[in-house]
Design a protein. Structure first.
Length: 634
């Protein structure tokens, strides 16, 4: 056979309405992924085991080449099948591929027009039984015949020439309309979202970009690349708990639906993948959707999935649309399918929501050390309902990250001691805390109220600080005075301490073990205060305001720590700390270095009365300044 067609007696003929190509080719397939999807689909139906896509954009003119090792086409098949637009191959050739191994994906006979959506010139080389035919489809030539009734004759380049290869097809797209470069990874991901055939053992698709030696191998998992999978359900949906009516209505039907539903943990699903996609015979028939479900809750943005509903091919009507983006949902059969999908997705959503809430609550309790149920029990009965309502809404808020939930719960617990906070929370809770922003609004409102509460508190405490200053100046000659004063106002030792319960057993043990009757009065301690907090014991030795701290006091403080640790017995892991409160350290280098070393080891800390006084003044003055600033911003 001759290589060119100029003198060939063979003619290829394509009869069509150019407007059909404009509508079904250019308008439906104006981007790269759906075009390549159609060509991959054709290769699959041709029993190909390998498809290679080559994207070339490193030269002045871009091109795309798609090769497959399928059964190819004879010259007659090109004319009688490929060049006939709208031919329903399933009616003429049956549901199976030529080998009988696959259900064919293609049906309507218009996918072959896809390449005109992105290219003006298409060169097709196809081999069958060692005979190769190459021809060109040119969009500009097709357009030039728009107003004639004449058929279009593609230019034949090779007319059934004998070759060494048995079969296969190569399609080259040229005169690409696209201006930007190709993104091979994005194309691979798009293909993975359009098919469920890439994990079949006898079908492999690879994408090469320019001169890259290693291809991207397309597989089904690419669609979920980068997902933080949290929950996955797979058919036959054993996780579903049915009531009797649901079982009678949906269970048997659900057994026909194959696939999986997935929920992410922290990151929401990309918008285009939210919902569930439907496939038939391995190819997309409905894009991601919630199928009429009122998916207004933020929690639905974590859900995606792919389901195979191949049984729709047996419906009484053809419900697959031309562009395969959506089924026809207006038939009785698809309406019931929609109802079943709503049921399945809603069950999965509720399961995911409950699991996420339980995990969030567990993380909150582990991080904060707050057992919420125990905290509720310790509240007055009339306050429990509101406290639980607020905490539940924080945990249940779907758009609230775990760390933010942790911070809010700690904040609420700290603030719950104030009556005005509870009053404000009660007022806002009447509208509910369904939206995280409502909880944040509560915190914002409370910020000003809290500042006002602390403003009042700070004013009172500043008066107390003046009294403290007076006792320091007088050297607190009466032992009970400073002891009782600091027990009553422990925030002078640390502004965060709201109350002080002296561990009298430890205090007595220390006084019996370490008497100071032999010291001069001015160097005697006022008393011991011992405080338990969580897994720690704090020993606070109050020296007189003019008492100096020397080697002896430092070493003795270290002895206190060892002594109390011994008396704790089996309480392994408890931390013991000693604070020495006095006028100042003895002014020698050796004492200074020893004090620094003890503090670095985290065992003995030195505080002066002047430090306590200055810190207390600064801390409470800041509350007053904060409140004044908030009032200005209001």
């Amino acid at each position: 056979m001759s290589k060119t067609s100029n003198n060939s007696s063979h003619i290829l003929e394509m009869r069509f309405d150019p407007n059909v190509i404009t509508h079904l080719g250019i308008q439906m397939y104006s981007t790269l992924p759906p075009v390549i999807s159609e060509l991959v689909s054709n290769a699959y139906d041709a029993d190909a085991t390998r498809v290679v896509v080559r994207l070339n954009d490193n030269l002045e003119e871009k091109s795309i080449v798609i090769e497959d090792d399928g059964h190819g086409m004879s010259f007659n098949e090109i004319n009688e099948k490929f060049l006939i637009i709208g031919r329903n191959r399933r009616k003429s050739e049956g549901e199976k591929s030529r080998s009988g191994k696959r259900f064919v994906v293609g049906k309507k006979g218009i996918g072959k027009l896809a390449f005109f959506g992105i290219a003006n010139t298409i060169e097709i080389s196809t081999i069958q039984n060692y005979r190769k035919t190459t021809f060109i489809l040119d969009w500009e030539e097709i357009q030039s015949q728009k107003n004639t009734q004449e058929p279009y004759h593609p230019k034949i380049i090779e007319d059934q020439i004998k070759v060494s290869k048995q079969s296969g097809t190569e399609i080259k797209l040229m005169k690409i309309k696209r201006k930007t470069g190709f993104q091979a990874r994005n194309l691979a991901t798009s293909l993975a979202k359009s098919f469920q055939i890439f994990d079949e053992p006898d079908f492999k698709t690879e994408i090469f970009h320019n001169n890259e030696a290693e291809p991207i191998v397309v597989n089904n998992d690419l669609r979920y690349e980068g997902f933080d999978k949290f929950i996955e359900w797979n058919s036959p949906w054993s996780e579903i708990s049915f009531n009797q009516d649901e079982e009678n209505k949906y269970k048997n039907y659900l057994e026909k639906i194959k696939g999986s539903l997935i929920a992410s943990k922290e990151q929401t699903v990309p918008e285009k993948m939210r919902g569930v996609a439907l496939f038939s015979r391995g190819k997309l028939v409905n894009e991601y959707s919630f199928y009429g479900l009122g998916a207004t809750s933020f929690g639905y943005s974590y859900i995606t999935g792919c389901l195979d509903v191949g049984f729709i091919e047996d419906f009484s009507e053809d419900v697959i649309s031309t562009n395969r983006r959506s089924l026809n949902w207006e038939t009785d059969e698809t309406k019931f399918l929609e109802e079943v999908l709503q049921f399945l997705i809603k069950k999965f959503y509720n399961f995911h929501k409950t699991k996420k809430e339980n995990d969030k609550k567990k993380k909150v309790e582990e991080t904060t050390g707050i057992c919420l149920d125990k905290w509720y029990e310790n509240l007055p009965r009339h306050e429990r309902r509101l406290a639980k309502k607020i905490m539940d809404q924080i945990i249940h808020a779907e758009g609230l990250e775990p760390q933010k939930a942790i911070n809010l719960i700690k904040y609420v617990q700290d603030s719950y001691q104030f009556t005005s906070f509870k009053e404000l929370a009660e007022e806002i809770s009447e509208e509910g805390f369904g939206d995280p922003h409502q909880i944040l609004q509560l915190m914002k409102e409370w910020q000003l109220i809290e500042a006002r509460e602390f403003y009042k508190l700070a004013e009172v405490r500043l008066e107390t600080i003046k009294k403290f200053e007076q006792y320091i100046a007088e050297n607190a000659k009466e032992v009970p005075i400073m002891h009782d004063f600091l027990k009553q106002f422990p925030w002078l030792l640390d502004p965060r301490i709201m109350s002080f319960e002296d561990e009298v057993t430890f205090s007595k043990l220390l006084k019996d073990k370490y008497p100071d009757n032999d010291l001069e009065i001015e160097n005697r301690r006022i008393d011991f205060l011992c405080q338990r907090f969580a897994n720690s014991v704090f020993i606070i030795e109050l020296k007189r305001p003019k008492g100096k701290i020397s080697h002896k006091e430092l070493d003795q403080a270290l002895d206190y720590v060892d002594f109390i640790r011994t008396n704790l017995g089996n309480e392994n892991g408890a931390q013991i700390y000693c604070y020495l409160i006095g006028e100042r350290l003895v002014d020698t280098r050796a004492v200074q270095l020893k004090a620094q070393a003890y503090q670095k080891d985290g065992l003995v800390y030195i505080k002066t009365y002047q430090e306590l006084l200055a810190n207390a003044k600064m801390y409470h003055t800041e509350f007053i300044e904060k409140y004044e600033n908030l009032k200005k911003l209001r």
